[in-house]
Write a protein of this length. Structure first.
Lengths: 336, 519
């Protein structure tokens, strides 16, 4: 469709809006960037100016230091950037995550979803459907085998395992921004009132969530010096997955390795990681939610960014929808 | 079905034996008959459902899902049953159909009606149940539980002696109601089947220093042959060949089965023997783990049984007799059997333990891996107890190798790099020759773990490639030719016996040293 071509284009730095003069989630440093959320492959340091939600700006400052960008602009209502108006809308992915809506009076409206989820998440605001002409959607879990189960059911499996193995520590791998806090909130909802021990790499982002009104309960560092191994028997410990390959994991008694991720849907993935208790908890849309979102918004065009583009394009073809792959480079297989 | 599906899930992701046993015990205690017995049979591969094939499953999927989307999904997931379980349209309401009902249906539904029946079932199950159901239907559960481990869990569950469970196991059929009744305090089931397996008597290791504390006159000795320990049974015409853990390997050795023309139970070593020459273990390995064996293979790799002991003979249980008496009867028994495939392991002539040490140091055949020492008065007792029987194995072969790759362990070793691939020099390059994950102490494990972390050159998924710096002494029990390995050799029971920090990597062994060790 001709309206589409003027509003967004692909450049080596990432997705670019010519009438607005800015990039969205660029993978290289640029003059002006609009950032959907704080995960590392979307939010990078070193841009001239960044516009994002106040929470995303805070998170970037926590991760990269206060000087992560030349100037900051908090997204607030509908704002004008050069020839376009932009607004940010909750994406339900992690704290501060947003979809970005771009409107140009002659070429129409595009919504860039960033990463998003439509499952309820007690650690962030829910996804808001935004009507648009062009939907630029992620496709991380865009295969019909991905149907995320009820996350509380997954948490129940952890609690059952603690009952079965009261002498073992339960180590849950969860990425530091979003997943860790969501898992903690789910544990609290399931009635786990004991202290939860966290790896040092999670501390500052957990503190920030508490500041922002997400009640994570009693969190304690899992790095107590001279802590006896047996102190951790029957306890829940959260850490970033990378820590499980480090000597850090050695301090816990005969640990049950759990990993909270949408990828845990596939058994081979779980086995490759040496996971003993895979927990299918994802902060991305699964196949039904993804296809349902496209149906619901009914955009004139669907553009597919990083992930399993081929399957989603095939689905659009079967539905008679106009779709195109963006094949953006620089996004690793999404960590989830 | 739900409980069974949950059990499979936990078993598949639990690497440790003890963890698996815990899961099995919990399932046995929470599940009624006959479901738990059918689950046990499914896990041990004794359920025998055959009608559901991969092509039937592909056909089911093709009716429901766009073929391109299915192909992309299968490509990503890598397992047919799992792909179908995940991709199937979710049920609006799920029913927890009892496992026995499903097994009965899969057994008795005519083949033409099976696809529709299976599709109906999938329509009312959760994804996890669909996976378990499809795995149940196709066989091949692949949850890493051997028959032996399942029997251990059952013995543990009922506080029963494992030897007793093993002895009656082959006489029982799914769903094993009488076995579970026994485990819960009822009567021990009669070993109803013909040709039951009898628990095997095992030995403990010894050496010259330990032996010097024993009176030589009370013991006899014989060669320890390097095959696999087996039990051959012919009971009122029913013939069986069992491994020492009670697995039935009759189908792979029809040549031995043909020769069991007697009524009794013999204990011995299974070997490959061509004319008078016993072949190395590698030749026997070619015939192990098969469901059937070709005539050609039987001719090129003829099986042989070298008898160590007799347990039952013509209706009499000889196990309570002293070894010397059983041995005395064996000479006559072997003559009576009169089969070239069955002969007697000879006793050794020695006056002192030092004489025996000399024999052991220079055996007449390379397919001897040491000596067995047996008390003359020992009855035949199932299990491994210290005293009546000793094994005094040939010293292991040793080689100095360089660590090449490392992978993390599980459970107590979580977070430690404990699985190593090592190699030796082929000119200027290292060629991998084996893998070892034990032999070292806890302190050595920490040292090796530190070494891995500080000397990684590359990572491939979970595997780390290492700088060629660390030399370890690898002990192993034998060496076979192996076309499947780049080095052309495969070690038996390799383990890291010492860390050789005194040795620079360049002075580790050459591949030629290993080749020279091949007989």
């Amino acid at each position: 469709m001709s309206t589409a071509s003027g509003l967004l284009e692909i450049r080596p730095e990432g997705l670019y809006c010519p009438p607005g003069g800015f990039y969205i989630d660029p993978v290289k440093p640029v003059d002006k960037a609009l950032i959907t959320h704080g995960h590392a492959d979307h939010a990078r340091a070193g841009h001239g100016a960044v516009m994002a939600t106040s929470q995303t700006l805070d998170i970037m400052a926590i991760r990269y230091g206060e000087d992560f960008t030349g100037s900051r602009q908090i997204a607030n209502g509908t704002q004008t950037v050069n020839d376009v108006s932009v607004s940010f809308h909750p994406a339900g992915h992690v704290l501060g995550s947003a979809q970005i809506k771009i409107t140009h009076k002659s070429t129409g409206t595009a919504v860039i979803t960033g990463d998003y989820s439509r499952q309820p998440n007690p650690a962030c605001a829910p996804f808001e459907p935004v009507p648009c002409d062009i939907l630029v959607t992620e496709a991380t879990f865009a295969l019909p085998v991905f149907r995320h189960p009820d996350p509380l059911g997954e948490i129940a499996r952890v609690l059952a395992s603690i009952e079965a193995f009261p002498d073992r520590a339960h180590l849950i791998g969860a990425y530091a921004l979003g997943k860790a806090q969501r898992v903690i909130m789910l544990l609290r909802m399931a009635g786990w009132d004991c202290p939860i021990f966290i790896h040092g790499a999670l501390q500052r982002l957990c503190d920030y969530h508490i500041d922002q009104g997400v009640p994570l309960g009693d969190l304690r560092p899992a790095t107590i010096d001279r802590g006896k191994k047996s102190d951790f028997a029957g306890q829940i410990i959260l850490g970033p997955p990378s820590a499980f390959a480090a000597t850090w994991a050695q301090r816990f008694p005969d640990p049950v390795i759990c990993f909270a991720s949408g990828w845990m849907q596939v058994r081979a993935r779980a086995r490759q990681r040496g996971v003993e208790l895979p927990l299918i908890i994802s902060d991305h849309v699964d196949w039904p939610d993804l296809t349902q979102t496209i149906t619901e918004l009914n955009p004139a065009e669907t553009w597919v960014t990083h992930g399993r583009e081929d399957a989603l394009l095939r689905w659009c073809e079967l539905q008679g929808r106009t779709a195109r792959p963006l094949r953006l480079l620089g996004y690793e297989e999404e960590q989830d | 079905m739900r409980a069974f599906a949950a059990l499979l899930e936990r078993l598949a992701f639990t690497p440790q034996r003890n963890g698996k046993i815990t899961h099995l015990k919990q399932y046995f205690s929470a599940t009624p008959d006959p479901a738990r017995g059918l689950a046990l049979a499914a896990i041990t591969g004794d359920l025998g459902l055959k009608a559901v094939t991969p092509s039937l499953l592909r056909g089911l999927a093709a009716e429901r899902v766009d073929p391109e989307l299915f192909a992309m999904s299968y490509d990503f997931v890598g397992d047919l049953a799992e792909t179908i379980a995940l991709i199937w349209q979710p049920a609006s309401t799920t029913t927890d159909v009892p496992l026995p009902e499903l097994v009965d249906e899969l057994t008795n539904t005519p083949k033409s009606q099976l696809p529709a029946r299976i599709a109906d079932r999938l329509d009312t199950m959760s994804a996890n149940d669909r996976y378990a159901y499809l795995k149940l239907a196709t066989g091949g559960l692949r949850v890493g539980v051997s028959g032996r481990l399942a029997r251990m869990a059952l013995a543990d569950f009922g506080s029963l002696p494992l030897a007793d469970v093993e002895e009656i196991w082959h006489g029982l059929t799914p769903p094993y109601a009488n076995l579970f009744a026994w485990a819960e305090g009822g009567e021990k089931p009669e070993a109803a089947a013909h040709a039951p397996f009898r628990p095997v008597m095992l030995s403990t290791p010894t050496d010259l220093a330990a032996l010097s504390g024993y009176d030589r006159a009370e013991y006899v000795a014989e060669w320890k042959w390097d095959g696999i320990r087996v039990q051959a049974v012919c009971d009122q015409g029913t013939r069986r060949l069992y491994t020492r853990t009670g697995d039935d390997i009759s189908a792979a050795f029809p040549d031995i089965i043909d020769a069991l023309d007697f009524d009794g139970t013999l204990d011995g070593e299974l070997l490959i023997k061509r004319d008078d020459i016993i072949a190395p273990f590698g030749d026997l390995q070619k015939r192990l783990g098969r469901k059937t064996v070709s005539r050609k293979m039987q001719e090129s790799h003829p099986a042989h049984m070298r008898v160590y002991d007799v347990l039952m003979w013509e209706g009499h249980d000889l196990r309570a007799l002293p070894f010397a008496e059983r041995r005395g009867q064996m000479d006559q028994i072997i003559k009576t059997i009169d089969q070239p495939r069955i002969d007697l392991s000879p006793l050794l002539d020695f006056a002192t333990w030092d004489d025996l040490a000399a024999l052991r140091a220079d055996p007449p055949d390379t397919v001897i891996e040491g000596v067995m020492i047996k008390r003359r008065d020992s009855p035949y007792l199932g299990g491994r107890m210290k005293g009546p029987w000793f094994k005094w194995k040939r010293d292991p072969m040793l080689i100095d190798a360089v660590l090449m790759y490392a992978q993390r362990g599980h459970g107590k070793r979580s977070g430690f790099y404990s699985d190593f691939t090592f190699g030796v020099w082929d000119a200027d390059a290292l060629v991998p020759v084996g893998k070892a994950y034990f032999g070292f102490t806890d302190d050595e494990l920490k040292e090796l773990d530190r070494f891995v972390r500080n000397n990684t050159t590359e990572t491939f998924g979970p595997v780390r490639a290492l700088k060629p710096l660390k030399v370890v002494e690898v002990a192993f029990e034998g060496l076979n030719r192996s076309p499947r390995h780049k080095s052309g050799v495969a070690m038996r029971f390799p383990r890291i016996s010492r860390i050789r920090d005194d040795k620079p990597a360049a002075e580790a062994d050459q591949i030629q040293t290993l080749r020279d060790m091949l007989d």
